[in-house]
Design a protein around this ligand. Structure first.
Ligand code: S3P
Length: 450
């Protein structure tokens, strides 16, 4: 599929976005381990999350989906059954790494396989700690890459220091820790998203947090079944937030969005760049804060994004690079080497696409130096098979002369089904009432009259 984008009229909209991807994976897994039936509302029915759902089904868990965003999960008190065949993770690194942790706790053998891009991504980061806990786990690919063959059971709790901040690795170790003897502790060089820890707490699994930020889980616990409502995904809203921020006078209100402070660093960066941002938490009852974000665009200025901020906006960096090219001055992204091992090498992909649109960009080993503001020209761009590259450059297309064509854009379905519809509505505000994600939008006066 090709995505065609033209320049956006002034954005004046009120939207919601589909459920959070990270939380959807975790909610399905922890509900499956629980002692009863859990209704998960606001579930993200994207390709990545459905790989996790289908993997859990293959492990003997009954999961109904009466509506696309509603899962009814029949928890089986941590009892999983051996899968009949290998488990397909598609292109979902979260599925593969979290399931590796879960399967490390099972006595049967399983094999996790992925599509070609996932099969190039590093798995040594989960193999190492899970082996230390006692699992027999092998990355069968040429460079500690997938498939993963796992035979677990009889795990012992460990204290593991993550060499790099990674919520996927932290979560794999904590999930294995549920099946381990004693206490399993993880600390990381800087804080990554904490959804697994919060969800354990919500499902009444005992955890502990050290003064240094280390997180522990105690083995042999069964999550208590509960219903849960997943908030909207800030990483999906990020595309529209950046689009509005970069349009002086643009205005966007996003409702029912996850505002967990390990995920909201994007908002701080947009404020630094000159946008006006209002954030209001409306509900923390289910431990994951949710609320509204309102943004008013301005002429943006360049900024530096680095250090502890990086893990808390890692998925937003492609679209922030686009904000950088629209801003006055230089934007520098550093300490983001992890971008090289995402769905594609995102540093190389961003640099390539920005240059194709006419921007001046220097590729750093661990980031990018972007010189703005650049007059962008519409052209044909590759998604590099990466959903966030495809969506970030659709946003760039909203600011480019002529038409921007994103080739090979099917990958967007991995995280944001409905993206194209939402994009069409922003670009053609007269057609707004047809879509699910946009819950209301004001047509700019001049268009209303025309
Ligand atoms: C995720 C963690 C991040 C992020 C990914 C989802 C998660 O990866 O990039 O899209 O759900 O735990 P890392 O933990 O590898 O940094």
């Amino acid at each position: 599929m090709e995505l065609r984008v033209k320049q956006a009229p002034r954005i004046e909209a009120e939207i919601t976005v589909p459920g959070d991807k990270s939380i959807s994976h975790r909610a399905a897994i922890i509900a499956a381990l629980s002692n009863g039936v859990c209704a998960l509302h606001g579930f993200l029915p994207s390709e990545d999350c459905m790989h996790t759902v289908n993997a859990l089904r293959a492990l003997g868990i009954g999961i109904e989906q009466p509506e696309p965003d509603l899962l009814i999960v029949h928890g089986k008190k941590r009892v999983l059954t051996p899968p009949k065949s290998e488990i397909e993770c598609g292109n979902s690194g979260t599925t593969m790494r979290l399931l590796a942790g879960l399967l490390a706790g099972q006595t049967f053998e399983s094999r996790l396989v992925g599509a070609a891009p996932l099969s190039r991504r590093p798995m040594d980061r989960v193999v190492e700690p899970l082996r230390k806990m006692g699992a027999d786990i092998v990355a069968e690919g040429p460079e500690q890459t997938p498939p993963l063959r796992i035979r677990g059971g009889s795990l012992l709790g460990i204290h593991y220091r993550l060499p790099i901040a990674s919520a996927q690795v932290k979560s794999a170790v904590l999930l294995a820790g549920l099946f381990a003897k004693g206490r399993t502790t993880v600390d990381e060089p800087s804080v990554s998203r904490n959804h697994t820890e919060l969800m354990f707490n919500y499902f009444l699994v005992r955890t502990a947090k050290g003064e240094d930020g280390a997180v522990s889980v105690f083995g042999d616990q069964v999550p208590e079944s509960r219903d849960f409502t997943i908030p909207g995904d800030l990483s999906s809203a990020a595309f529209w937030l950046v689009a509005a921020a970069a349009q002086p006078g643009g205005h966007l209100l996003v409702r029912d969005i996850g505002l967990n402070d390990t995920r909201t660093a994007l908002l701080g960066v947009l404020v630094r760049m000159g946008a006006q941002v209002r954030e209001a938490i409306e509900d923390v009852d289910q431990l994951e804060p949710r609320g509204i974000v309102e943004i008013t665009g301005a002429p943006l200025k360049g900024t530096v994004i680095q250090g502890k901020e990086i893990p808390q906006l890692i998925d937003e960096l492609p679209v922030l690079a686009v904000a950088g090219v629209l801003a006055n001055g230089t934007t520098i992204i550093r300490h983001a080497k992890e971008l090289r091992v995402k769905e594609t090498d995102r540093i190389a992909a961003i640099a390539h696409n920005l240059r194709s649109m006419g921007a001046q960009v220097i590729e750093l080993n661990d980031g990018l130096e972007i010189h703005g503001p650049a007059p962008l020209r519409g052209t044909r761009l590759s998604s590099f098979g990466d959903h966030r590259i495809a969506m970030a450059f659709a946003v760039a297309g909203l600011f480019a002369d002529g038409e921007t064509v994103i080739q090979d854009a099917d990958c967007i379905r991995e995280s944001y089904p409905g993206f194209q519809k939402a994009l069409d509505e922003l670009v053609n505000p007269k057609r707004i009432r047809t879509s699910t994600p946009v819950i209301g939008s004001l047509v700019p006066t001049s268009l209303e009259e025309g």
